[in-house]
Write a protein that binds this ligand. Structure first.
Ligand SMILES: [Zn+2]
Length: 156
C-alpha cells in the first residue's frame, strides 16, 4: 500500500499522482523553473494534512507563476475554500479541470474535462455550456452552484 504522492515529469509538466496526505512531499519541485506546470489528474485523494503540505510548498515557491492543469473536482473544492492554494499572491492559474455534472432524470454523474476559459465566458454571461447525459440524453447540470467560487476568489 503506497501513500503520499509520486511526481513524474513529462516535457515541462509535472504530474502529481497518488494521495495528497501527510506523506506528500512537494519539495523536489521547489527548484524547478517558473512557470511551474502541475498536472493533477492522477490525484486520487487528499486530506487536510496533505493540503497543509501543499500550502507549505507554495510558501516556499513564493510569488512565481504557477499553472494547475487537469484539476480534479475534489481539488477545485479545496481551492474554493482555501484560495491560498493558488499561491501566496493567488498568482496561480487553473488552466483546466474536471467539472462535476449530474443528470436530473437518471442521476448519472460525470466529471467532464474542460479548459477554464470556456467557463470564464459562461460565468460572465450566466449561460452554461450544455452537457448531454450519455445514459438518457437529457441535459446535465453542474452539481454545485458554488463549484466555480474559486474564479470569484481570484478577482478579490
Ligand atoms: Zn441521464
Amino acid at each position: 500500500m503506497t501513500t503520499g504522492i509520486q511526481i513524474e515529469q513529462k516535457a515541462d509538466v509535472f504530474f502529481i499522482k497518488g494521495v495528497l496526505d501527510e506523506y506528500a512531499d512537494l519539495s523536489p519541485l521547489l527548484d524547478k523553473p517558473a512557470p511551474l506546470r502541475l498536472d493533477l489528474r492522477g490525484l486520487t485523494r487528499l486530506n487536510s494534512i496533505g493540503i497543509r503540505n501543499m500550502l507549505k510548498f507554495l510558501a516556499g515557491w513564493g510569488d512565481k507563476p504557477l499553472i494547475y492543469e487537469h484539476c480534479t473536482s475534489e481539488f477545485i473544492d479545496q481551492v474554493s475554500m482555501i484560495p491560498a492554494l493558488l499561491g501566496i499572491k493567488k498568482q496561480g492559474t487553473i488552466a483546466s479541470l474536471y467539472v462535476p455534472y449530474e443528470c436530473n432524470s437518471c442521476d448519472h454523474e460525470e466529471d467532464i474535462y474542460r479548459e477554464l476559459p470556456q467557463y470564464s465566458e459562461a460565468l460572465k454571461s450566466g449561460v452554461w455550456p450544455k452537457e448531454v447525459c450519455k445514459k438518457c440524453g437529457t441535459d446535465m447540470q453542474v452539481i454545485s452552484d458554488t463549484f466555480f467560487a474559486f474564479v470569484a476568489s481570484k478577482d478579490t
